[in-house]
Each structure stands twice: as structure tokens, then as C-alpha cells.
Design a binder for this molecule. Structure first.
Ligand SMILES: [Zn+2]
Length: 247
């Protein structure tokens, strides 16, 4: 697996490797981004690859208490499993980890798996994280490299990170952005609401069609019987008349 090799060499920022007995579960370690509440912290977690990976995005679960994401819960990044629509098959586990680091200082805005706690508590957790241990990997601080040069970020990764930066700008401080976002959300919701009646209409229409079919069936049945009865009656009348005139 190309990615296992690529990520095997730890950098200062992150490292990740698959479990020995399961290639679909990886454990990763990321460095808290500098000049944020998470500076100096080291955070460990699991990456669960769906069987369809890389067509579908990985799920990310943090294990180290960090104050930004709930632990032991699939977290919501716009590139993770909760938002499969934003994922691109050309992205990788490295992309997901870069996104995770970029997401850490952004406001949670109540998304799935997000926490809003004070700067002081986050800084305390960052210090505490240095002594945190993973049951599988041991002391996580030792997993990150101290001196490896950062791997340069590719153009595509930069584009992805810019999207995250844009999302981060949608914080409650800029009203227009929030409005734009909530408008977009409303629009989406509206679209969802709109789509439901259409479905209902479709269902109703198909019901009507079925009813019509049943009606035509029953009416053609009626027609058949009335023709049969009419012909029987006329046959009887013919016989009676023949009897009358021939005698
Ligand atoms: Zn681990």
C-alpha cells in the first residue's frame, strides 16, 4: 500500500500507520498547530477506512482529550465520512490529517463531534496530552519525529486547506458569512423540504395511475359482462321469435 509507505516516515506534524492485523484501521498522531490553543499538544486517534476507500472518505476518531473534538466519536470534518460529498478519491490519509490539523483551531459551530471549551482548558489538555498513552501504540509523544523536514504541501492539498480556511472564516464574528452560510443551509433544507412533497406527489401520481388501471380493468370487466348478457338475451329472444314464427 503506497500510503503506508508514504506515511511511515514520521514528520513533526503527523504520522500514521495501519494496525498490524487490520489495514482498514490506522492510528495517527498529530502535532497541535502552532500559535493556537493546541500548540505543544500531541493528539492521537484512529482512522477507519471504509471498504470503498479511496472512493469514500475515511472516518476520523480522536482518542486524546483535546477540547476541540469529542473523543471516541467519529468527528465531522467537511472532508470526512460525515460529508462524503466533499471527498475526492485523489485525496489520501495525509490529506485527512492535514485537514484535521487545519480544523483544530476553527470554531466548532455545533457540528458533530465538536466541543466548545475555554482556551485555558484546551491549553491544559495540550500539556496533559504529552503524557497520554495509546493502548496499542504506547506513549504518543515518541511517535512524532523531532527533526524531519516537513513534506511540502501540494497544490491540491493547498486548495483543500483553503476551503477549510474559508470555512473557518464563517465564524460568528462575521455576520454576513454566517448569514450566507445559514442562507445556504436554509436553501438546502428548503430543497430537502421541497423534495419530500415531490416524492409524495410522485407516490400519489403512481397511486392514481394504479387506481386508474384498476378502474379500467373493472370497467372492461363490466363491459365484457354486459356484452355477454346482451348477447345471451338477444339469443334467447331470437330463439323465442323463431319458435313463434315457425310454428
Ligand atoms: Zn494508537
Amino acid at each position: 500500500m503506497r500510503e503506508a509507505q508514504e506515511l511511515h516516515e514520521a514528520t513533526e506534524e503527523y504520522c500514521a500507520s495501519p494496525l498490524e492485523d487490520n489495514l482498514f484501521e490506522w492510528h495517527f498522531t498529530v502535532q497541535g498547530p502552532p500559535s493556537t490553543d493546541f500548540e505543544g499538544g500531541v493528539y492521537h486517534g484512529r482512522i477507519l477506512l471504509p471498504p470503498e476507500y479511496p472512493m469514500k472518505p475515511p472516518n476520523i476518531i480522536l482518542l486524546t482529550p483535546n477540547g476541540r473534538f469529542e473523543i471516541n466519536k467519529k468527528i465531522c470534518l467537511s472532508i470526512s465520512g460525515h460529508h462524503p460529498e466533499t471527498w475526492r478519491p485523489s485525496w489520501s490519509i495525509r490529506t485527512a490529517l492535514l485537514a484535521l490539523i487545519a480544523f483544530m483551531p476553527t470554531p466548532g459551530n455545533g457540528t458533530i463531534g465538536s466541543l466548545e471549551i475555554s482556551k485555558e482548558k484546551r491549553q491544559k489538555l495540550a500539556k496533559k496530552s504529552l503524557s497520554w498513552q495509546c493502548d496499542t501504540c504506547g506513549k504518543i509523544v515518541d511517535l512524532l519525529s523531532k527533526n524531519t523536514v516537513k513534506k511540502p504541501i501540494t497544490e491540491e492539498e493547498q486548495t483543500m486547506l483553503n476551503t477549510i480556511a474559508l470555512k473557518a472564516d464563517d465564524s460568528p464574528t462575521s455576520d454576513t458569512a454566517v448569514n450566507a452560510e445559514s442562507n445556504a443551509e436554509n436553501e438546502l433544507r428548503q430543497r430537502n423540504v421541497d423534495s419530500t412533497p415531490t416524492e409524495n406527489q410522485d407516490r400519489q401520481q403512481s397511486d392514481v395511475i394504479i387506481n386508474q388501471q384498476v378502474e379500467t380493468m373493472s370497467s372492461s370487466n363490466d363491459l365484457f359482462w354486459s356484452i355477454l348478457i346482451a348477447s345471451l338475451v338477444s339469443a334467447i329472444i331470437l330463439l323465442v321469435l323463431r319458435r313463434l314464427f315457425l310454428v
